[in-house]
Design a binder for this molecule. Sequence first.
Ligand code: SF4
Length: 377
Amino acid sequence: MPRFDGGMHPLTAQSAYAALSIPRAPTPGPAAQKPSLSGVPLRELESILAPLPRYRAVQVFSWINSGVDSFEAMNNLPLEQRRELDGRFCLRKTALTQKLEDGAGAAKLRIGVPGGIVEAVVLTDGAGRRTACLSTQLGCAMGCVFCKTGLMGLTRNLDSAEITEQFYHIRKFYPDIANIVFMGMGEPLLNLQELRRSLDVLCRTMSPRRVTVSTCGLVDGIESLAVEGPAVRLAVSITTAREELRRRLMPVSAANPLPRLKDVLLRHQRRWRRRITLEAVLLGGINLGGDDASAMAAFAEGLDVVVNLIPWNPVDGLHFEGVPLREPSAAELDRFCAALEGFGLKTILRREKGRGVCGACGQLGAASGKLPEAASG
Ligand code: SF4
């Protein structure tokens, strides 16, 4: 989970959007039917490219991870080899279809994948550092009541190429990405194998310290990261540490109760010594009481955590037990922050990042593979 500074952005008006025209493409054509080499870890690439010598695989891997999208650009390979690779493989199986920018450092990219559209987001903090937020699934099965992606249900997992290509599409426009968070559409730990493959690739250019995997709190997946790594940062969407309320807000909580979640977080922290982010989406009138603050403090005891407070970003049609969700008021936020800090918790209040492009936390979710006519780039 990125640590944004919480500065307010003037991003609320539709007129602030800038939809950039992207040359229409890559409806996956013949090239896309060839296997993609993007998102393939180096060790696998060496086998795929055998009997080419290992140093050739290293060269190809470096080119791919630098973001090139054609074999022709790999100018330290003999022309003959570039042609042969081009005949057998492709470097993009996804297609950028639309880019929305808010003019204040946030952008949302809509990327066509077989069967739908995934969304990836760029957010910029007050110091100008950019974070790429990537999706790991097309939709999500977790059903958190405050999240638009949860409304979609799950279509399928993304493969490593579809995950890493989001980063390459982003970096073409924003070469200075400082952090990656897996906090877009989907629950990363339900797609652990492809998540690991994409991390294997991306962590060759980005330190694992700058990479965060965000989960709704799946104990088995966290255990797997604690035992086998990789040593990326962890963010856990806690929302509230009142067990009974959490089960109503996040159905996944029933099978992943808070005591088990805390145990596995302690193991993860002992193993990797990384501060953990607890994310709390703040829902007006629901999870901002004094008992929520004290439960959060009790949960955090013994862990090295920062609590990332995210005022709920409006999404039409989301209800909690029949009552429409609402944003927290300024007074609710002040009271809750003060209560957490009174317990000695470190907090970061993250206000409205990415709302101008509907790319803020909880707002991702293209309903289908087809973009609305008026909005397509
Ligand atoms: S918050 Fe995350 S885990 Fe929950 S429904 Fe949304 S995408 Fe899925």
